[in-house]
Design a protein around this ligand. Sequence first.
Ligand SMILES: Nc1nc2c(ncn2[C@@H]2O[C@H](COP(=O)(O)OP(=O)(O)OP(=O)(O)O)[C@@H](O)[C@H]2O)c(=O)[nH]1
Ligand SMILES: [Mg+2]
Length: 418
Amino acid sequence: MIDIIQNKTERALLIAVKTRMHIRELVYEHLNELEELAKTAGAITVQKIVQEKHQYDGAYYVGKGKAEEIALLIEDLEIDLLIFDDDLTPGQARNLENLLKRKVVDRSGLILDIFASHAKTKTARTQVELAQLQYLLPRLTRAWTHLSKQYGGIGTKGPGETQIETDRRMIRDRISFLKNKLKEIEDDRNIQTKQRKDIIKVTLVGYTNAGKSTLFNLLTGAEVLAEDKLFATLDSTTRNFALQKSINVLLSDTVGFIRKLPHHLVASFKSTLSEVREADVILHIIDVSHPFHEDHMAVVRQTLEELGCKDKRQILVFNKIDLISDSEQIQFLINKYPGSAIVSAERGINITRLKELIEEIIEDEYTTVDITLPLEKSYLVPRVHQFAEVLMEKYEEDGVQLQIKIKKELQQKLDILQ
Ligand SMILES: Nc1nc2c(ncn2[C@@H]2O[C@H](COP(=O)(O)OP(=O)(O)OP(=O)(O)O)[C@@H](O)[C@H]2O)c(=O)[nH]1
Ligand SMILES: [Mg+2]
């Protein structure tokens, strides 16, 4: 694994460009979010700069004049690190680094760095390493010395374990090795999930820090880490989930989404995000106390679309309602989003209503069928138990009477009984 921010108290200057395409307050909000990300990575934000420009500068992102101004500023402010809100091209990054003589990181690099330090399981570590290497490959010339030192230092842990003179070729080999490894992991998961086809899967998704893990813990009694930090969760966790009426429900907690999520990261998190792709029901958790939650919702919708999941059954769960004192805002949500749940995961408010909504959707996914099976086919009864819930099983003279509750999409499995 590669640490981009090495010294965890580095002093950072955050920089964004506002072009004529951008809304001013969103640019500032993005910078605030970047500050949260920097904090999570361990850097201290000393100052934030927004440069207004007609369009981005191809060579220096902020423009050469502004970059020279920044060069003076960073001496005064004793800056170690510059973090840019947009992804820089390798060329821009190189030019800026040459001019500023400081480490230059962009939003994707920063997110990857956080993921690298939070990744715990083998799958997450493999995915993050792959995303990092793909991100670094075109930037290798500038990161070279910095990287090779790290590779050497890491010893047996990272991609550099083989030797210090890591080169593009080795990184490419490592990338294809990691891809194969992930393919194996994914194949394993596919086998596992095939065995769980009859079970209803409910998956929590949402913007990072929305309260997914807090809700997950409340509903399942699990103890997943939940904290006021971006990307506290990287790995999916799945637990049984007890509802009143329904059977066999599995609930999964997943990694949070964020705007401008690095493209490689989404791709390499494919198998972690399989909980989302395979979900029967998605609970979209929203931190309603966040002033830009509508913007967050749009990011989540777009990410779900990228994952091919936008048509799945979905419940909007407006969380952190305990922080909202304005009853008009609550009424507004109720009117605008009928069928949503307005809850507090931390205080346990309105959780019964949420469970009812989940049950309604799940009930809708199932159908109940009555069948009389001739006695000579009674050997098939154990097979039925494997993919459906048998509500009634009665042995009569003319055959076995069965009442079966089955997922609609599995209904054709009953053909074996004909
Ligand atoms: N006031 C209030 N705080 C909440 C509520 N739910 C969660 N939080 C807090 O919000 C922060 C983030 O909660 P998490 O459950 O870690 O959020 P998450 O969506 O899992 O975040 P990531 O895994 O980092 O994407 C924590 O500090 C929680 O204590 C709530 O209903 N009310
Ligand atoms: Mg979480």
